[in-house]
Design a protein around this ligand. Structure first.
Ligand code: RIB
Length: 331
């Protein structure tokens, strides 16, 4: 089992410096802190030991890493986090990381220097792209995915996508387009799997021409719409992997002269506030966004308080919401 002496040896600094880095990081130079934290990771210094130190010096604030602050889904998750955090006397620092690991690392420094006690990550864990968990940093994924190497809270993205595509098939559709989010995002991967599973169960072959890749934004939905509109053998329905892209797509189809829902059905994912006010109102999957935030914070607090959670995951239920964008297919 590793100890503080091994950390000091691996870091090339004195034991006193290691000890100071753990209890009063503000009194240690940035260069030495970096060496100490790297050594802690290298020798695998015991997490509960770290947790004890974290308990001793509490900042009563956490950092929330948000991949896209303009997406209303995340605003609702943050509301849930804020509510739960306030009740426990914690403040919330927002890190608008714009899907950049380098930006995420900047915010992690706030925890390393004890200006915050832990991290709530809202970007699902992508192996090779996302930050790997560090022994010394309490971190929870609040919009997680399967196989997250630290505690996570999530919904069943594959099951929800399968359910919405099953519904489109029940409405009579066989040519169903899919508007994907960023293709290496685990949520997009899982939702695509659900789409393919629903098609396969109905005996409909997957047609790669019906897949357009966006990036979860309104703009990419708008672009995708013009692509779908130009197709010779157009789909009669589109499954969009989030509401923002679906709303952009509605706008684009309208500009291309395609009537929704008469000529094409469109579905979303998230149930952001605008989904019920779009024209037509959007059939979608309602993610329990506030609850994801609340449970995410509660899980993080357990870690900050020294509980060892490994990579436990909490899977919350979603709801399927039918609105006017998906009537039965005519003829
Ligand atoms: O990050 C983009 C999407 O992933 C959000 O709209 C939400 O669906 C999340 O799960």
């Amino acid at each position: 089992m590793s100890n503080i002496r091994e950390v000091s040896r691996a870091a090339g600094v004195s034991i006193a410096t290691v000890s100071r880095a753990l209890s009063n990081p503000e009194k240690v130079s940035e260069a030495a802190l970096k060496k100490v934290y790297a050594a802690i990771e290298k020798v695998g210094y015991r997490p509960n030991m770290m947790a004890r130190n974290f308990r001793a010096v509490r900042a009563y604030s956490i950092v929330v890493l948000v991949p896209n602050l303009s997406n209303l889904f995340f605003a609702t998750v943050i509301r849930g986090i804020e509510d739960a955090a306030q009740q426990k006397g914690y403040s919330v620092l927002l890190g608008d990381t714009r899907d950049s690991t380098a930006r995420e690392e900047e915010y992690i420094r706030l925890v390393e220097t004890r200006q915050a006690d832990g991290i709530l990550q809202l970007r699902p864990h992508t192996p090779g792209k996302s930050l790997e968990p560090k022994v010394a940093i309490p971190m929870v994924s609040a919009c997680g995915c399967e196989n997250t190497p630290y505690p996570s809270v999530r919904i069943d993205n594959t099951g929800a996508a399968r359910e919405i595509v099953d519904y489109l098939i029940d409405q009579g559709h066989r040519r169903i387009g899919v508007l994907s989010g960023l293709v290496d995002n685990p949520h997009a991967v899982d939702r695509l799997r659900g789409y393919k599973e629903a098609l396969a169960a109905a005996g409909i072959p997957f047609d790669p021409d019906l897949q357009i890749n966006g990036d979860f934004t309104l703009g990419s939905g708008l672009m995708a719409a013009s692509h779908f509109a130009r197709m010779k053998d157009r789909p009669t329905a589109i499954f969009s992997m989030n509401d923002e892209m679906a709303i952009g797509c509605l706008q684009g189809l309208k500009s291309a002269g395609i009537k929704v829902p008469e000529e094409m059905s469109v579905t979303g994912f998230d149930d952001i506030e605008f989904a019920r006010y779009s024209d037509p109102p959007l059939t979608t999957v309602a993610q329990p966004a506030e609850e994801l935030g609340r449970v995410g914070f509660q899980t993080l607090l357990e870690l900050i308080e020294g509980k060892e959670l490994g990579n436990t995951e909490t899977v919350l239920p979603y709801e399927f919401v039918v609105r006017k964008s998906t009537p039965p297919l005519k003829g």
